[in-house]
Design a protein around this ligand. Structure first.
Ligand SMILES: Nc1ncnc2c1ncn2[C@@H]1O[C@H](COP(=O)(O)OP(=O)(O)OP(=O)(O)O)[C@@H](O)[C@H]1O
Ligand SMILES: [Mg+2]
Length: 515
């Protein structure tokens, strides 16, 4: 075997020498023809096979060339000394590295090594063309062992195309879509308005217990990588999260962190702008996969109460997909109902498109209809709690750059640990105190925070457990009231479906009665 390789090497050397001699003696055309012939001979004896991916495919750009370029820029290891070209595509948030002319990279797939070479040659006699052609011809040449051919092709190319698509998506700006135009479509027939989504919240900056955070991240990771799982089990590739907890505990921040973590776009569905279940379906059908569909303050968004004012409704009947139709009895069905919403998340309509996450948020889980909470509807219920000590440490790190291991203010730190639970303070309030005091030095800011915690805990103690418990929701209600007044100034806009949070308690009772 060794002799074979030595012979092959000598043959190659001789051929190269012959090529040099020919170069000196023969005209260019003849030389080119001979070079092609020699190339063919060399390849016939080679243990490798070669595949060219040219930059253009006839008149149009070759999609595979672009994909290979993107793929190699991020995954394969350039040979030492390789030159990389640096680009930033339009509307992209990050740079990409490309392989410069004549450089090679090595990659591996299913245990087989492959080599890519970027070949750039001057274009000869361009001839006639309808459009200006680049002065150079570029191509990637893939070299794989003959024996690996079956194993690698076409799976390796599929893998490259999929990876490149994912890289392209991740390097683009995230988009936040809103349906603030009501049901009206834009000139392209889309009901959603996109704006660039640049929310800085990430799972690193999110203050919550590390174990719970890790379990949510693992769940999201499994979901994103679960294509074959969902296919095998016959489930729609979607997941529902219900985030609940007092205002200012990080529900919206968690949604932004999820979007940044997965690289998904966000559809912020304003239910108060949707006038019927049919419109809701249209909106759903116009969402893309790899997205998070958010309904904030769900307890304020779906109005079930109007049914109470209507004549006694017939019994709820199961719909095609098993959801209970609670639409019955609403005024001519021209409104958003719980059943419409459940179909949207859970029923047949939820399967339009794939890889989508639904997130509902509420400050009052107890006000939610049990139909929305039953198992299988929302896969994960996440309680966003008042600030705990582990969460506080994350906030101290974010705002004061205070590392976990630091000795700064060890005494104050112990005090914070002691008082944080008793103070029942939200991460938003802690953040406020830290922002206000961030110029006064770490220790001063922590001392100030400790004072606030003690004062709050003391107030709660004086109010007495019962009064404090009663007061807390009222505070929340007031905050919500304010928020709603700001968000939806169009009061009395319509019957069901329009935001009518004003009297949450009564609505809840009415809704439950009706069910
Ligand atoms: N868990 C948290 N981690 C980090 N920052 C937080 C957290 N909770 C709140 N904050 C800070 O408080 C601000 C308000 O938080 P956020 O809007 O996420 O709360 P929310 O739970 O959605 O409140 P609401 O119920 O009123 O919508 C955020 O901009 C963020 O700076
Ligand atoms: Mg919020």
């Amino acid at each position: 075997m060794k002799e074979y390789w030595t012979m092959l090497a000598s043959l190659m050397g001789a051929l190269a020498f012959l090529q040099g001699v020919l170069h000196a003696v023969f005209p260019a055309e003849l030389r080119a023809a001979l070079a092609r012939l020699l190339g063919r001979l060399t390849r016939a004896f080679s243990p490798y096979c070669y595949f060219d991916v040219t930059e253009t495919d006839g008149m149009s750009n070759n999609e595979i060339y672009d994909a290979v370029q993107l793929y190699l820029s991020s995954t394969a290891a350039p040979a030492s000394g390789a030159r990389l070209s640096l680009t930033r595509p339009h509307n992209a948030t990050s740079f990409t590295f490309g392989l410069a002319a004549s450089d090679r990279v090595v990659d591996a797939f299913r245990g087989a090594a492959v080599t890519w070479e970027h070949v750039v040659a001057p274009r000869q006699s361009p001839g006639f063309s309808w459009r200006p052609l680049p002065e150079e011809k570029r191509r990637f040449t893939l070299r794989i062992r003959r024996g690996d051919r079956e194993k690698l092709l076409p799976a390796y190319l599929d893998h490259i195309l999929a990876t490149a698509q994912e890289i392209r998506r991740r390097s683009q700006d995230r988009l936040l879509y809103t349906n603030a135009r009501g049901g009206a479509m834009d000139s392209r027939g889309l009901p959603w308005d996109p704006v660039p989504f640049k929310h800085p919240s990430t799972f690193d900056t999110l203050a919550m217990d590390p174990e719970r955070k890790a379990s949510i991240m693992a769940d999201l990771r499994d979901f994103a990588a679960g294509s074959s799982f969902y296919e095998r089990t016959g489930r729609a590739w979607k997941r529902g999260y219900l985030l609940y907890g007092p205002p200012g505990t990080g529900k919206s921040s968690m949604i932004a962190a999820m979007a940044n973590f997965l690289g998904y776009d966000v559809y912020d569905l304003e239910l108060t702008e949707v006038s019927s279940n049919a419109e809701l379906r249209k909106l759903l059908m116009k969402t893309t996969s790899k997205s998070i569909i958010v309904i904030e303050d769900i307890d304020c968004s779906v109005d079930l109460t109007n049914r109470a004012a209507l004549p006694p409704a017939p019994k709820p009947r199961p719909t095609l997909d098993g959801a209970i139709d609670q639409d019955v009895g609403t005024a001519s069905g021209r409104s958003i109902t719980l059943s419409g919403l459940l179909n949207f998340t859970d029923g047949l309509w939820s399967c339009c498109g794939s890889e989508r996450i639904f997130v509902f948020t509420t400050n009052h889980i107890e006000k939610l209809d049990p139909a929305l909470l039953r198992s299988g509807r929302m896969d994960m219920h996440v309680f966003m709690s008042y600030c705990t000590f582990p969460a506080l440490k994350i906030l101290l790190k974010n705002y004061l750059c205070l590392e976990d291991s630091a000795d700064d203010g060890a005494e104050v730190m112990r005090g914070l640990e002691e008082w944080i639970e008793a103070a029942e303070i939200t991460p938003a309030d802690v953040s406020e105190v830290l922002i206000k005091n961030r110029r006064n030095g770490k220790e001063r800011a922590m001392e100030e925070l400790l004072e606030v915690l003690k004062a709050r805990a003391e107030k709660r103690r004086l109010d007495g457990g019962k009064v404090a418990a009663a007061a807390a929701p009222r505070d929340n209600d007031e905050e919500e009231e304010e928020k709603r007044a700001l968000e939806s100034p169009k009061e009395g806009k319509g019957p069901a479906g329009k935001n009518s949070c004003g009297d949450g308690q009564d609505e809840e009772t009415d809704a439950k009665k009706q069910l």
